[in-house]
Ligand binder design. Structure first.
Ligand SMILES: [Fe+2]
Length: 284
């Protein structure tokens, strides 16, 4: 492939419809999602992510200086960004998941869904609600986050924010090649979500493997702790998001709200410490 930026009319990924799997909740999988030549370029230039906020503790987000430099110097990354930040991508997702959104009670008027170029900052990314809502619910925006999961990284069973319409993960590493123990993605059903890692659906990271799912109130997922690895668990996370909650969610009990506010206070203290030269962010 020539070293040029692909426009959304020539998507960097295979945006044809995929068969929907329903167990334990609606999702799609693609074993070779990104154009193979482009994937080779992305793989070769995958950045070393510095310690930052976010679930892995090592990430690059739109708005970071290093992210801007990566897109400016590596056209493959700019092409991927252009593909996701487009009306074409919103349309693909709508066609792929329209039935699921309706069935699971998504509050969006999907016929009006349109792309807007809005950037959610690092502070809002961690928050259940945006500090300031600037767009109507059907005006959708996209995140393309770059992550490296290192030893110790895990994710307990959780739902993504209720403002997320769809979450997508694209793995840019191989579980076997990395001699990785742990680091698998698990999809849970409602009955089993309280047990540690029930074998409902397990996704093992493989090069260029993509999984995507609507962020309904049934989409509980987790990542098992990485206990050994030869190289980081490189992956890209893409969200299509509204600015307000669009999924019905059970009310959060008062004790959990209190616990969350204590946790977010502790996190902000930890983030402040990470910002200092001697600081360090744990790889959660
Ligand atoms: Fe998640």
């Amino acid at each position: 492939m020539t070293n040029t930026v692909l426009s959304p009319s020539y998507p960097a990924c295979d945006l044809s419809p995929r068969p929907l799997s329903d167990k334990p909740f609606a999702h799609i999988v693609h074993p070779e999602f990104i154009d193979s030549q482009l994937y080779a370029q992305l793989s070769k230039t995958f950045p070393t992510c510095p310690p930052k906020t976010g679930p892995t503790g090592f990430s690059l987000y739109w708005g970071d200086k290093e992210y801007r430099q990566l897109l400016a110097t590596q056209s493959a990354w700019q092409s991927l960004f252009n593909t996701f930040h487009s009306q074409l991508f919103i349309n693909w997702s709508r066609e792929q998941f329209a039935d699921v959104w309706e069935r699971e009670g998504c509050k969006l008027k999907l016929a009006q869904a349109c792309y807007v170029p809005y950037r959610e900052d690092r502070v809002d990314k961690e928050r259940a609600k945006l500090r300031k809502v600037e767009h109507a619910p059907h005006e959708l925006w996209v995140r393309m986050d770059i992550h490296q999961g290192r030893q110790g990284y895990d994710r307990p069973i959780h739902l993504d924010h209720a403002r997320r319409l769809m979450s997508m993960l694209i793995y840019m590493c191989d579980h076997t090649e990395n001699a990785m123990k742990g680091g698998e993605l698990y999809l849970h059903d409602d009955q089993q979500r309280r047990s540690p890692y029930p074998a409902v659906t397990r996704i093992t990271p493989r090069h260029n493997l993509m999984i995507a799912f609507p962020c309904s109130s049934r989409s509980h997922h987790s990542v098992s702790a990485i206990t050994t690895q030869r190289a980081p668990r490189n992956y890209i996370q893409v969200h299509i998001s509204s600015s307000v909650d669009i999924w019905p969610r059970p009310p959060v009990p008062r004790w959990r709200r209190t616990l969350s506010s204590i946790k977010s206070h502790l996190k902000s203290v930890s983030d402040l410490s990470a910002a200092s030269p001697a600081g360090k962010v744990s790889a959660r």
